[in-house]
Design a binder for this molecule. Structure first.
Ligand SMILES: [Zn+2]
Length: 400
């Protein structure tokens, strides 16, 4: 799969009923393994691979059977992604066999569950409807973090058992391919989850993707994008609700307060690191709600120095503004924490300016270097020609 090769081919490899494995030319072997049977057609690989082909600007060819509804859905999802991101181009998706609609959707209702605020909120809000929780290793926890994966699985298994839901456990190396071409958060994770949902079509007819944001700015999982991937399984983007309101609901649950996992920066031996932006964001919101002391997996004290030093950007800035409003609404206000968060928010444009300047400097340096390399190559070539020409003249036999 290079710039010269304008097609991305995916071919299924022999595997057990609990696996779905394809060879992507030339992106390597991509595998999804589950603790239950998976759909053996290539339908799920439409959402899994289309954004990657869009980033490469090449045609996607699936060498196997794909549901007609998935090809139709793919066109709608592509229009959304290409409308948001200039680097993603609408492309053609083809399959060697197209299956007409046949079987009705399964009865099960799934919800992706990582143990975070959004996951717990969706589980609590839709407890009557959800029959299965889906946990994926290899998405927000890297496959190399064996200890953290095992501890999180233990937590998720306990949550599933306590809430009477069947747990689907998935393990995949998909991000090793997608990270080469796409930003996981901004461009891809909703499509990846929608693909996993399609693989579960033998069991589930509907799958909820917990929402991250309350507004509708462009993001990898979005109320416009996620449902657009619906085919054999209906994909639902759960209701967008402000994070502090979600936490207020989540903090009522003993199970959530025992197992809440919000950190993406945790080392292999940690569960929540307690000092990254995401941990602090959650701790501040719980503090504003008067529930921080109930959270068993987070520190109960917040260091204002750490909050002041936060380099807020994007989503972090949005959530910090929500948190500041919540802190100011507390009956007994924590002025020091308010001041620390307000300072971090005030410094955010400055940090953004520094980041932009460093990026420009770095790219300028790279461009400068490539200019020097180009000059060097051109001069070397010319020099070789001149020297070669002289050698030719010198070695030419004297015709006189
Ligand atoms: Zn953390």
């Amino acid at each position: 799969m290079t710039g010269l090769n304008r097609v991305l081919i995916a071919r299924p490899l022999p595997c057990s009923p609990n696996d779905s494995v394809v060879r992507v030319f030339s992106g390597g072997r991509v595998a999804v393994r589950a603790n239950c049977e998976l759909d053996q057609s290539l339908t799920a690989w439409v959402p899994l691979l289309t954004p990657i082909a869009m980033a490469r600007g090449c045609r996607l060819e699936l060498d196997g059977e794909v549901a007609e509804s998935a090809l139709r859905a793919g066109r709608a999802a592509q229009a959304v992604l290409a409308g948001w991101y200039p680097g993603l181009h609408e492309i053609e998706v083809a399959a060697t066999r197209v299956a007409e609609p046949g079987r009705p959707r399964a009865d099960g209702v799934g919800a992706f569950f990582s143990g975070g605020v959004d996951s717990f909120y969706s589980l609590l809000e839709h407890a009557d409807e959800i029959t299965h929780l889906i946990f994926v290793s290899g998405f927000d926890i890297g496959l190399h973090k064996a200890e953290l994966t095992s501890r999180t699985l233990e937590a998720v298994r306990e949550v599933a058992a306590a809430s009477g839901k069947e747990l689907v456990e998935i393990r995949t190396n998909l991000r090793r391919l997608s990270n080469r071409y796409l930003d996981w958060g901004r461009q891809y994770h909703g499509s990846a989850l929608a693909g996993i949902a399609q693989l579960l079509s033998p069991h589930l007819g509907r799958v909820l993707l917990p929402a991250t944001f309350a507004d509708d700015h462009a993001w990898g999982s979005h109320p416009l994008l996620d449902p657009a991937w619906s085919s054999e399984v209906e994909v639902v983007h759960d209701l967008p609700v402000p994070r502090v309101r979600k936490l207020a609901r989540v903090a009522e649950s003993d199970l959530a307060m025992r197992w809440l996992r919000v950190c993406y920066s945790a080392g292999d031996s940690e569960y929540n690191c307690g000092h990254c932006e995401k941990c602090l964001r959650t701790m501040i919101a719980l503090r504003a709600l008067g529930r921080l002391s109930r959270a068993a997996t987070l520190p109960h004290e917040i260091d204002p120095g750490l909050v002041r030093g936060l380099r807020l950007k994007g989503a972090g800035k949005v959530f910090a503004e929500e948190n500041l409003a919540a802190l100011r609404a507390m009956p007994q206000r924590d002025r020091e924490l308010e001041r620390a968060l307000a300072t971090a928010l005030r410094l955010a444009p400055w940090h953004a300016f520094v980041r932009r300047t460093v990026r420009r400097y770095e790219s300028g340096r790279r461009r400068g270097r490539s200019f020097v390399v180009r000059c060097h190559t051109a001069l070397s070539r010319r020099w070789r020609r001149v020297v070669g020409g002289r050698r030719g003249l010198l070695s030419r036999p004297d015709s006189s």
